[in-house]
Design a protein around this ligand. Structure first.
Ligand SMILES: Cc1cc2nc3c(=O)[nH]c(=O)nc-3n(C[C@H](O)[C@H](O)[C@H](O)COP(=O)(O)OP(=O)(O)OC[C@H]3O[C@@H](n4cnc5c(N)ncnc54)[C@H](O)[C@@H]3O)c2cc1C
Length: 307
């Protein structure tokens, strides 16, 4: 775990404190507060704060005076209705604030999600730690032959070993030079804001990231998707587990109507209807491009153990 004994003690102290409150609390999230969940080799996600619970979504949807809870069954039904029909604003009433430690190249993908509030560790002010993401051997993979934006089979034997050696050696050399440039023994020392330009994209950074539940679901749908890059997907999967504890009804609706759901174009729906009516629809007759047809086949093909 990438936390020092002092940092762990700070987290324990935070977790030991409790305060009476009139605000709603989510028991599942209270159990998670402040704990660091490891991700990759040095990263983590931890919940710093949150607002709202499943009932708060219903309260906003009903614009009610009380807690908004009519009955647990009613609440779940309402949340599923809202999710199914893209009535999204009630989900914006819940917020979460995370502390995330992640490699810079993952942060570059993550930061594209503009509907969050971010404050990042300053490498102008502070010295970055000597911590680099080095993939586990099974994640050192070749360029995909079918998807320009993905990876294929894991590299084997000597090639995999050479790649890992290069990654480790380059990371170490860059950090040695970073330290040598900012050091002040016998020299003035280069400014930290300049020296950092020599560091590779697998170095770790940290930020506080605050987002509402609607936009978090949008992030998770894109980044917990099997097609998302592994290194950001593992963060999204960790966050999915936290959200499931926080707002279990909303998370279940998200799983059913977003994460596990698919979009079908008008031509796909038409093809599906014709197939169900017994017609042997071909790609040419479907109006779909070859790529769309392949994606459509992936959606409708059934194999033992799942589609
Ligand atoms: C598989 C995959 C591949 C990708 N490949 C690339 C790539 O090759 N190159 C690249 O540059 N990016 C790439 N991206 C990033 C992608 O284009 C988005 O920038 C990223 O997913 C964030 O999505 P978003 O803009 O919907 O999210 P957010 O920024 O959180 O925005 C959420 C929603 O708010 C609205 N919104 C927010 N800001 C604005 C605005 N300024 N104007 C209008 N509407 C706004 C939009 O409806 C948006 O969908 C990729 C993403 C994925 C998942």
């Amino acid at each position: 775990m990438p936390l020092s004994p002092e940092q762990l003690a700070e987290i324990d102290a935070q977790r030991a404190q409790t305060a009476p409150t009139r605000r709603v609390v989510s028991p599942g999230m209270e159990a998670q507060l402040y704990s660091a969940h490891p991700v990759l080799d040095h990263g983590f996600v931890r919940v710093i704060d949150y607002m709202g619970d499943d009932a708060a979504i219903c309260q906003a949807a009903r614009v009610s005076y009380g807690t908004g809870t009519k009955s647990v069954q009613n609440d779940e039904g309402l949340i599923r209705y809202l999710m199914r029909h893209w009535h999204s604003t009630p989900f914006e009433m819940c917020e979460i604030k995370l502390h995330v430690k992640l490699p810079v190249f993952v942060a570059r993908q993550w930061i594209r999600h503009r509907t969050a509030n971010v404050n990042e560790y300053s490498a102008r002010y502070s010295i970055l730690d000597r911590e680099f993401y080095i993939p586990a051997p099974e994640h050192v993979a070749a360029q995909s032959a079918v998807n320009n934006q993905g990876r294929g089979e894991a590299l084997q034997g000597k090639e995999a070993a050479r790649v890992l050696e290069i990654l480790k050696a380059d990371s170490a050399r860059c950090y040695d030079n970073y330290e040598a440039m900012i050091g002040q023994e016998g020299q003035q020392g280069l400014a930290r804001e300049l020296a950092r330009m020599n560091l590779p994209a697998n170095i770790y950074t940290q930020w506080y990231w605050k987002v509402d539940l609607h936009n978090l679901f949008h992030f998770l749908r894109l980044r917990a998707d099997p097609h998302a890059q592994y290194e950001i997907r593992v963060y999204a999967e960790t966050m999915c587990r936290l959200v499931a504890d926080w707002v279990p009804f909303a998370y279940k609706a998200f799983e059913d109507y977003r994460l596990g759901a698919v979009n079908l174009s008008a031509q796909m729906v038409d093809s599906l209807r014709r197939m169900l009516a017994g017609e042997a629809v071909t790609q040419e007759a479907s109006g779909l491009s070859a790529r769309e047809w392949r994606e459509f086949q992936e959606v409708i093909s059934y194999s033992e153990g799942g589609a």
